[in-house]
Design a protein around this ligand. Structure first.
Ligand SMILES: C[S@@+](CC[C@H](N)C(=O)[O-])C[C@H]1O[C@@H](n2cnc3c(N)ncnc32)[C@H](O)[C@@H]1O
Length: 88
């Protein structure tokens, strides 16, 4: 695994209900190949808005684990599960 950098340099919380990201976000530690993989900007916004460091994040549709990666990078505990045994 190659970590390019682990925090986005230009991140700012979204302030409206319309979120649009020019790039997927390349600070994450995994690829975006999993079907339905979402941009790390999405869980990063949600985690920062609704949790504090040290709290728990549950992703019950974990897929490739984008939310778990963001939770870890933001110093949250995280647990994920998925019905698909090919998910992480
Ligand atoms: C769109 S993907 C999630 C992608 C994830 N956010 C990421 O960035 O990689 C949705 C996931 O939900 C899982 N899923 C669908 N129904 C489920 C269920 N009833 N229980 C658990 N996982 C489920 C699918 O297997 C799939 O991996």
């Amino acid at each position: 695994m190659i970590i390019i950098y682990i925090q986005p340099s230009d991140f700012a919380l979204e302030k409206t209900t319309i979120w649009s990201f020019k790039e997927r976000g390349d600070w994450a530690t995994h690829s975006g190949e999993y079907r339905g993989n979402w941009s790390p900007y999405v869980p990063r916004n949600l985690i920062l808005r609704y949790t504090k460091p040290g709290e728990w994040v549950l992703d019950q549709f974990v897929g490739s684990g984008t939310t778990l990666v963001e939770a870890k990078l933001l110093n949250r505990h995280a647990i994920g599960l998925d019905i698909n045994n090919k998910a992480i």
